[in-house]
Ligand binder design. Structure first.
Ligand SMILES: [Zn+2]
Length: 333
């Protein structure tokens, strides 16, 4: 169905890069082929995903030219969907966990800031139902596709948008993007996850060449137990990014407050334009140091811009205090 209004611009940009740098089949380097774009509605607002897509360039390889998309993409959304898997999970939970009607679910989503048509809620509930009803053993289309590519790389993700609710576990193949199994579990122990992995392993028509996850302890244990020979790659960035979100917000606020304190640097610089002596030169250098501190951004989640600015301003202020101690305060020019 066509949308009547254009969507507002995305409030958040996320770039996803494949963790794998080498072809799983021939071990040769994967080359960046192109970037794909998707815009998703999620509980954290409208997100624009930029996906780096790589390809194997070895003509002899079975996976030659097959696009390899960022593994994490499937944790955000199902293929071709416009709504995040977080929203689909909550729709399923409200319907089957709390027995809510479609209008009630619609209202609940709207109250959480999700712009969605009631008709779309029905469609997404169908997606959820298909997902949890999926039995790989009966899916000839998926099995044929997997046979053609000769192997799979599994990704395992637990979706729990609301704390305290059951978790929707999704196991998918990173080469084809196909979901292989999805189950909701009340507890997610090593035993529970082992059972899911075993179920997938038993019906797969091809070998598992790798596993990718965020590295939760129970997942690690389950993979080590069920797939002892398979390399397990951890995808820490996403995990870290999620965990750092509240810190990032606090840091952004702190930075804005710090910036207010040094707002007067431009007028001071202007008043220094006329003077040409040792003192004005020194003051100009201090102004420059303040301005370069203001533009030196950190890269979240590993480096907080506000803390960085605080460090740099503290150094400048300490230096000024040392000057004052030795030579007395700067005189107004
Ligand atoms: Zn290859």
């Amino acid at each position: 169905m066509a949308r009547r209004e254009a969507r507002p611009p995305a409030s958040r940009e996320v770039r996803l890069t494949p963790r794998r740098m080498h072809c799983v089949n021939c071990e040769q380097r994967l080359w960046v082929a192109y970037h794909a774009q998707r815009t998703l509605m999620t509980f954290r607002g409208l997100v624009r995903l930029t996906l780096v897509v790589r390809r194997c360039r070895n003509r002899e390889c079975e996976l030659y030219h097959l696009p390899y998309r960022a593994e994490e993409e499937g944790a955000w959304a199902l293929p071709h969907g416009e709504f995040g898997l977080d929203i689909i999970t909550v729709i399923g939970q409200l319907r089957y966990g709390e027995h809510r009607s479609i209008p009630e679910i619609h209202q609940r989503l709207e109250s959480r800031g999700v712009t969605i048509a009631q008709r779309t809620v029905t469609d997404l509930l169908e997606r959820y139902e298909e997902l949890v009803a999926l039995h790989l053993a009966d899916e000839e289309r998926i099995k044929a596709r997997l046979k053609q590519q000769g192997q799979v790389i599994l990704a395992i993700d637990g979706m729990q948008p609301d704390v305290g609710h059951e978790v929707l576990w999704v196991i998918r193949d990173c080469l084809s993007g196909e979901v292989l199994l999805a189950r909701t579990l009340l507890s997610s122990t090593q035993k529970d996850l082992s059972a899911l992995l075993t179920e997938v392993k038993e019906v797969l028509p091809v070998p598992i060449r790798g596993v990718i996850s965020d590295g939760q302890q129970t997942i690690r244990q389950a993979v080590a137990r069920c797939l002892p020979e398979v390399p397990h790659q951890l995808c820490h960035f996403h995990y870290l990014d999620e965990a750092a979100e509240p810190i990032f917000e606090a840091d952004r606020h702190a930075k804005a407050e710090l910036k207010k304190l040094v707002r007067g640097v431009r007028p001071i610089e202007r008043s220094l334009e006329k003077g040409e002596n040792e003192q004005t030169d020194a003051m100009r250098s201090y102004c420059l140091a303040v301005r370069s501190a203001l533009t030196d951004d950190g890269h979240p989640p590993l480096c907080a811009s506000g803390l960085k600015l605080h460090n740099r301003l503290t150094q400048i202020s300490d230096s000024l205090a040392r000057v004052e101690e030795k030579r007395g305060a700067f005189l107004r020019p």
